[in-house]
Design a protein around this ligand. Structure first.
Ligand SMILES: NC(=O)c1ccc[n+]([C@@H]2O[C@H](COP(=O)([O-])OP(=O)(O)OC[C@H]3O[C@@H](n4cnc5c(N)ncnc54)[C@H](OP(=O)(O)O)[C@@H]3O)[C@@H](O)[C@H]2O)c1
Length: 294
């Protein structure tokens, strides 16, 4: 039997599936015959992604929810329970950051990021993991970052939230040892998505002056690690070297280096991602910034 046929009755739930790494992960699951449940805020772009991925012959359900909001994770869980569907794989991909000194950014924005990157991720993990443990079957993929390993001045809340994701995920992976449920944490470095625009980071050296990895490559490394039950994956040699360096240098030194990258660049060539699915993400963000409902 082919892998596609084997996976026909399995469901993967992917948050952040309309852009960047999440979109590429959703494509990989669809190619392998998994049915999909896709979560993001924009109904329109979820629909567009679903129409595209249905061409792989899989069932695609969309759930439009804002994971900045309290209860969004519980609502997603309840909606899926009502559908009578069992989630075999959970991917917590949706995440955002915000560039700027803590003092210069409204508290509301910091709390939204903490809610999306931590509260919703922990809630979705707890809700779906309980069912996986009961069945003794399932897989979870969490999106951390190379900045999980270092403090980042002028990006402090984001980096701290990703440090949380890494610590939480590594602890859970240990708790799950000896079971048939596995948890993988993915630590991407700079990836060519719309992330930097949403984070108001486009003018920084971090965005303008460094190589950006193709989100398809990051997703492939994460997908393969997830499928083989590996607990942690750092995609690409450049990111592996960066994490290796962070592991040996004092936090104070890596924080100084990161702070330099957060300063304005003289260059301004990069204005948007070269990844098509990530380019259209910008429409959602523009509407959000203008206060128009998606
Ligand atoms: N790009 C990088 O350099 C990089 C590096 C390391 C780690 N990461 C991590 O990788 C993950 C994916 O990032 P990406 O670069 O692929 O991002 P992206 O291209 O900006 O895509 C983000 C996805 O999350 C959804 N999303 C954003 N806010 C949401 C909310 N409040 N509620 C529900 N869904 C929301 C977006 O759709 P809607 O806008 O329609 O909601 C979109 O589908 C994130 O966790 C990020 O922190 C990225």
């Amino acid at each position: 039997m082919t892998a596609q046929a084997n996976n026909r009755n399995l469901y993967a739930l992917i948050t952040g599936a309309t852009s960047g790494i999440g979109y590429e992960l959703a494509r990989l699951f669809a190619q392998d015959g998994y049915n999909l449940i896709l979560v993001a805020r924009s109904d329109e772009r979820l629909q567009k992604t679903a129409d595209e991925l249905k061409q792989f012959g899989v069932e695609v359900t969309i759930i439009s929810r804002d994971l900045f909001k309290d209860n969004a994770a519980q609502e997603i869980y309840d909606e899926i329970k009502k559908m009578g569907v069992q989630v075999n794989i959970l991917v917590n991909d949706a995440g955002q950051g915000q560039h700027g000194k803590l003092a210069d950014i409204p508290l509301k924005r910091h709390l939204e990021i903490i809610h999306l990157n931590i509260v919703s991720l922990v809630s979705l993990t707890k809700l779906f993991l309980d069912d996986m443990i009961t069945r003794n079957e399932g897989k979870i993929l969490q999106l951390a970052s190379v900045v999980s390993k270092t403090p980042v001045p002028e990006f402090s809340v984001y980096a701290a939230s990703k440090a949380f994701v890494l610590s939480f995920s590594e602890a859970l992976a240990k708790e799950l040892e000896g079971t048939n449920v596995s948890l993988t944490v993915l630590l991407p470095g700079r990836t060519d998505t719309d992330f930097f625009y949403k984070a108001d980071m486009q003018q920084t050296k971090e965005y303008q002056e460094h190589h950006l990895t193709d989100p398809a490559k990051v997703a492939k490394d994460g997908y393969e690690a997830l499928m083989s039950g590996q607990n942690k994956i750092i995609p690409g040699i450049e990111n592996k070297l960066m994490v290796g360096m962070m592991n040996t240098m004092p936090d104070n030194m890596t924080a100084s280096q990161m702070q330099k990258n957060m300063q304005p660049s003289d260059k301004s060539e990069r204005t948007e991602s070269t990844h098509p699915a990530s380019q259209s993400e910008r429409e959602t963000v523009e509407k959000e910034r203008m206060g128009i409902k998606n």
